[in-house]
Write a protein that binds this ligand. Structure first.
Ligand code: HEC
Length: 310
């Protein structure tokens, strides 16, 4: 069937930031253009590029209770950090629930996220998303043969969910190294841990008993935060505005470059290094970012060594 069109991605260097000690960091932004549109113009359609998210520890994040998320949102935090729970539709329970997956917390559970990806990304229907993902003008798509209604059974979705929920987090490397330890102290000291929470507890009522009542170290609060104009995609999602993003879990971060094709960071892969990712922080993270920029070279490198040990 005819493809929807062609997307081209161009990068623009937008600003150069000078770190303490003189090192310069150039920040780039993506611009997406669409061509050869097979089904008419898409003016007014909001688009936003994404890199795939890390796929570790998801069962644990799924098992953090809504009450824990609401509790963190209500806490008073330093540096003007706020953070809130996105409320989104759960196609399984048919209720609005706390969002926790996706770059703007637009999916409530691992099961909904998985079924949503089957449907939205690769066109496979399931009990949660029984309708083919074709628009009314995509006649060939509507008429294409399918593998049943739905294509994925509840039992198959169970298996996929079980598998994803139990993909564990890689063990840390060099955690006892004195430089890494110093970086860990700096991380908390300059305010990174206000959002990238070191420790969370999973709820007792977790869907998979092995994941219940555990202490985890995801370095996220699973809340959305206003990260400033620079990171805004001007595309709201549920309660989350264009500039609100979910605090990225940092566990496994040191292995991102090894397992992803690119070693790029942030929601759209604009950051070519951890330093660029941090310097892009704005909004509620402005104070923490400024403290990072002012760190001396040795302390900055210690902080990066810590991040790479996760
Ligand atoms: C106000 C909350 C907040 C604070 C404070 C904060 N971050 Fe973040 N961080 C985020 C959010 C939200 C994202 C995701 C942004 C995006 O993808 O556009 C993120 C993303 C990142 C990433 C990229 C992760 C990835 O896999 O792409 C790194 C690295 C990071 N933060 C490190 C830090 C460090 C180091 C500090 C302290 C200097 C810090 N953050 C302070 C909220 C925060």
């Amino acid at each position: 069937m005819p493809g929807e069109g062609r997307a081209t991605l161009r990068w623009h260097e937008v600003v150069t930031v000078r770190l303490a000690g003189g090192e310069k960091v150039s920040l780039r932004k993506p611009q997406i253009k669409f061509a050869e549109l097979a089904y008419g113009p898409i003016d007014g359609v909001l688009t936003s590029p994404r890199v795939g998210e890390q796929m570790v520890g998801m069962g644990y994040l799924d098992a953090v209770s809504e009450a824990t998320l609401e509790g963190m949102a209500k806490e008073t935090k330093p540096d003007g950090v706020k953070g809130r729970v996105n409320r989104v539709w759960n196609p399984e329970t048919k209720r609005m629930e706390a969002g926790r997956f996706g770059y703007k917390c637009n999916m409530p559970t691992l099961r909904a996220q998985s079924a949503g990806a089957f449907n939205g990304d690769i066109g496979i229907t399931s009990p949660l998303f029984p309708d083919e993902n074709c628009t009314s003008v995509q006649k060939a798509c509507q008429k294409a043969p399918n593998g049943g209604s739905p294509e994925l059974s509840a039992a198959q979705l169970d298996e996929v969910e079980f598998y994803l929920a139990h993909l564990d987090v890689p063990p840390r490397r060099n955690a006892a190294d004195p430089v890494v330890k110093r970086g860990e102290v700096r991380f908390a000291e300059i305010g990174c841990a206000a959002c990238h929470r070191q420790e969370l507890k999973t709820g007792d009522g977790a869907h998979f008993p092995r994941l219940a009542g555990q202490t985890i170290r995801p370095y996220t609060d699973l809340l959305v935060h206003d990260m400033g104009k620079g990171l805004s995609d001007r595309r709201p999602d549920g309660l989350a505005s264009g500039s609100e993003w979910r605090t990225s879990p940092l566990w496994g971060l040191g292995l991102t470059a090894a397992v992803s094709e690119s070693g790029f960071y942030l929601h759209d892969g604009r950051a070519r290094s951890l330093v660029e990712a941090i310097v892009w922080h704005g909004g509620e993270a402005t104070k923490a970012r400024d403290r990072f920029v002012r760190l001396g070279k040795d302390e900055r490198e210690a902080l990066l060594a810590f991040l790479n040990s996760l």
